[in-house]
Design a protein around this ligand. Structure first.
Ligand code: SAH
Length: 465
């Protein structure tokens, strides 16, 4: 019988997969040590080839599936295994949901130390494919020097050419084909990350779910593009039905950040419009907007339910983007204040309030951890809130912000999070500062991937008198 410490690179071992890791990989336990195996599914019995052995854990890859797990399914996308976009296409949707619930619960209990909050069942999706309304396709060269448009491979910047992504709106295929022809026929060079040369870096698209309006933004490594090229690009793209916005974005930095700050409008408006419920939203290329329109209303309805507004509350919506949650909540609150760091998003938010005739929402631009503490200080501690909603990016909330939130003494905090680990960290901090996590619920905004959204309700602990 072999033991874990006897394993070497390239050894083949037969193992049973009894768990899943945070990147969606299968885990086999040998003598209590964990072997992480990409593309293996919990319940599989496999032959695995060892890639690396560390002191207490190791990595392997699937050599042969000997007995497939009942949760193993055939991925619909032919490049699912290579592409870094989807990690869970080979796992049944029911198992994906169970995995996400366990991931959220595990973080909240282990990192957050919160064991007595009520976890409500995850809200899954009905249509599981073609859900994304936003796509970002890198443009580059393949290893033979041919133009490649697609998605990055896992943990790399090698482009897997792909114009048919099964989790994106299908119209993207047409957009990519048109732009590929434009680039090839005009001999426009794609950006090369290692030399910093070449023009086109990314194609960013957005498609309105209800309105079907299309936005295309070409990210370029230059201050502008030749007029003849711009004209040709527009003449090709505007033939696509519902094309409403074509623009260039300037990004000359050597960075992984996709977009720069400067936009050049080529056709139509610098925004598209869409609806959430009966509220109309204008969305510009640099603004954040939830990517899964099938689930966004469920997410916001849940935030609304947890906020439990009666109509006379003062609400703060921090990290508000284009004001989606703020305007959703404003209909049942006395006043809503939104704070967001991207200036274009705040411009959108103000216009969104006005086109929906909403007068009780006010928006501030800046980092929440600067704006809120500064305003609080200026008010001499008089700035209070009844309910605070936070919806930060993956890194979670800054402690400076949490510290001020506690001083504003809201009765309830609704925490919307796209990263269960930082959520758990922040819930722990709030728990130590007088806010108890009462309940939480995961929402599947990102089917086929390991990502998951969570809404949590925290209640102010009443001081005993
Ligand atoms: N609640 C919005 C946006 C959530 S995404 C919605 O549902 O659409 C998180 C948002 O936080 C993004 O718009 C991002 O630009 C913004 N952001 C990132 N860091 C920030 C900070 N330090 N302060 C305020 N906003 C920030």
């Amino acid at each position: 019988m072999w033991r874990f410490e006897m394993l070497n690179k390239n050894d083949i071992v037969e193992v049973y997969i009894d768990g899943m890791g945070s990147d969606g990989e299968g885990i086999a336990h040998i003598d209590g040590f964990a072997l992480f195996i990409k593309d293996a599914v919990e319940g599989d019995r496999i032959k695995a080839k060892i890639i690396k052995v560390k002191k207490n854990y190791g990595f392997a890859r699937v050599e042969e599936v000997l007995e497939a797990s009942k949760d193993r399914v055939k991925p619909i996308c032919p490049v699912a295994r290579q592409c870094g976009g989807c990690q869970l296409q080979h796992i049944s949707y029911e198992k994906q949901l169970e995995y996400k619930e366990n991931k959220v619960k595990g973080c909240i209990e282990r990192i957050g130390g919160i064991k007595d909050a009520n976890m409500e069942p995850i809200l899954g999706m009905e249509g599981r494919l073609y859900y994304r309304n936003k796509a970002q396709f890198p443009v580059g060269l393949d290893k033979d020097g041919n133009l490649a448009i697609g998605f990055y491979a896992k943990r790399s910047h090698n482009i897997i050419p792909n114009d048919m992504c099964y989790i994106n709106d299908r119209t993207n295929s047409t957009i990519i084909k048109v732009i590929k022809e434009f680039l090839e026929e005009n001999n426009v060079k794609p950006y090369n990350e290692s030399t910093g040369k070449g023009l086109v870096r990314h194609i960013v698209t957005r498609i309105g779910y209800h309105t079907k309006e299309i936005m295309v933004c070409l990210v370029i490594n230059a201050d502008d593009m030749k007029q003849s090229l711009k004209d040709d690009l527009v003449s090709r793209l505007k033939e696509i039905p519902n094309m409403k916005s074509i623009s260039l974005n300037v990004n000359k930095e050597n960075t992984n950040v996709i977009m720069g700050d400067k936009l050049i409008s080529l056709y139509g408006n610098l925004y598209i419009t869409d609806y959430l419920g009966d509220t109309k939203f204008r969305i510009s290329p640099l603004s954040f907007y939830q990517v899964n329109p099938y689930q966004t209303e469920k997410l916001y309805d849940l935030a609304m339910e947890y906020a439990n507004l009666k109509g006379n509350e003062v609400v703060w919506d921090l990290y508000c983007g284009i004001g989606t949650i703020s305007l959703y909540l404003s209909k049942r609150a006395k006043k809503v204040y939104g704070v967001e760091i991207v200036p274009q998003a705040i411009e959108d938010a103000k216009i969104n309030a006005s086109i929906n005739n909403i007068e009780n929402a006010e928006f501030y631009v800046g980092a929440a951890e600067d704006v809120v503490p500064t305003m609080y200080k200026k008010s001499n501690g008089k700035m209070k809130a009844d309910v605070v909603v936070v919806d930060p990016p993956r890194k979670g909330c800054d402690e400076k912000l949490l510290d001020t939130l506690v001083k504003m003494e809201p009765d309830r905090i609704v925490y919307v999070s796209c990263d269960p680990a930082t959520l758990a960290r922040d819930l722990k901090w709030l728990d130590e500062h007088g806010y108890k996590t009462v309940k939480y619920r995961a929402v599947d905004q990102f089917g086929m991937t390991t990502h998951v959204e969570t809404v949590s309700l925290l209640q102010k602990v009443k001081k005993e008198s």
